[in-house]
Write a protein that binds this ligand. Structure first.
Ligand code: 8YV
Length: 324
């Protein structure tokens, strides 16, 4: 008998077939209280789940008593209650390596787009405003040789440091839980405390996971310490930044601009004041959203599920200790 699993994300055909070879698959659109109730019997039997988004907590686990492995198509796993999974002995798998370069590319794109006002001026061209030689009201600010501050030096922070150092000659400052010798030796990154990072960065790039410690880590007091010419970039998780404080800082000139791929509420409500600010570039959480990388993430998530359900958690496992 093949183990039963729930799939809550559309997969490319070849990956879906690979799942079917190994498992009896029930496919649903999303993971939420409604779909869990609708497919109660399938969740009762499920030994594995695979998808992205949704909330997997103690309440959910009660509905899936046989669950052994959760395989997330993402690097971030803030939507999982890892303590509850640990208590129940459920293994959590994720896809941390395959998306690194793509997310770092997105962050660099936000740096360039916000600094050079790419979206704003391109829209002015489309609106027919380019009528003669352009004046200072079309200018942006330079990126090269400016100080790039990185908050959170994980895989993505390191890939961003590489781009900024080698491609844009930017001096790199960073703050993280611990010093990162590779970032320092390869990209000349200098470790500093959060206050120094805030005060000295021309671009403050946030690449942190969402945890109790990082929630609203950047709020009014932190924004007040930044340069008025500084640009804030967030492509980690929205709630790391207090969005209301950010809106105020962007409106009153505390900081110059922001490039955001993530928000406190996603999709970003159309009523959000962020969308009314000319100094904001807002992207729809496209950090990893290329054909190649999303395929790679889905492939890794399928491999992770197959491996973990046969007891192999050597790679890509958040909590391998639960199998010990
Ligand atoms: C997507 C992400 O949100 O990997 C993450 O943590 O935020 C993204 O790549 C999504 O989970 C892709 O399915």
């Amino acid at each position: 008998m093949k183990p039963s699993i729930i799939l809550y994300k559309k997969l490319p055909d070849d990956l879906r077939s690979r799942l079917d070879e190994h498992f009896t698959v029930t496919e649903i659109n999303n993971l939420n209280a409604e779909t869990v109730a609708q497919h109660a019997e399938a969740f009762q039997q499920a030994e594995g789940i695979l998808g992205s988004g949704g909330k997997v907590d103690g309440e959910f686990l009660k509905k899936a008593p046989k669950l052994r492995v959760a395989s997330s198509v993402s690097v971030g796993y803030d939507n999982f209650d890892v303590d509850a999974l640990n208590q129940r002995g459920v293994v959590l798998m994720h896809t941390p390596t395959v998306l690194t370069d793509t997310v770092a590319d997105t962050m660099m794109a936000l740096v360039l787009t916000a600094a050079r006002r790419v979206v704003e001026v391109a829209e002015r061209v489309k609106a027919g405003e380019w009528q003669g030689s352009i004046g200072a009201d079309w200018f942006g600010v330079d990126v090269h040789h400016k100080k790039l501050g990185i908050l959170g030096m994980g895989r993505i922070g390191l890939a961003l440091a590489q781009r900024a150092h080698l491609g844009f000659n930017m001096p790199i400052l960073y703050n993280a839980r611990k010093q990162h010798s590779e970032a320092e030796t390869r990209f000349d990154a200098q470790y500093c405390d959060l206050d120094t990072l805030l005060k000295e960065s021309d671009f403050l790039c946030i690449s942190l996971p969402l945890t109790d410690e990082t929630h609203h880590l950047i709020g009014e007091a932190q924004l007040a310490k930044m340069k008025s010419s500084a640009i804030l970039i967030n492509a980690g998780r929205g709630p790391v930044v207090d969005e209301q404080a950010l809106i105020a800082a962007l409106k009153n000139g505390t900081i110059h601009a922001a490039g955001l791929d993530v928000f406190e509420v996603e999709p970003l409500p159309v009523s959000s004041e962020l969308l009314t600010l000319p100094n904001v570039v807002a992207l729809p959480h496209i950090g990893s959203a290329t054909h190649e990388t999303r395929y790679g993430m889905a492939r890794d998530a399928v491999d992770n599920l197959i491996a973990a359900l046969s007891g192999n958690v050597e790679k890509n496992c958040v909590n391998p200790q639960v199998l010990k």
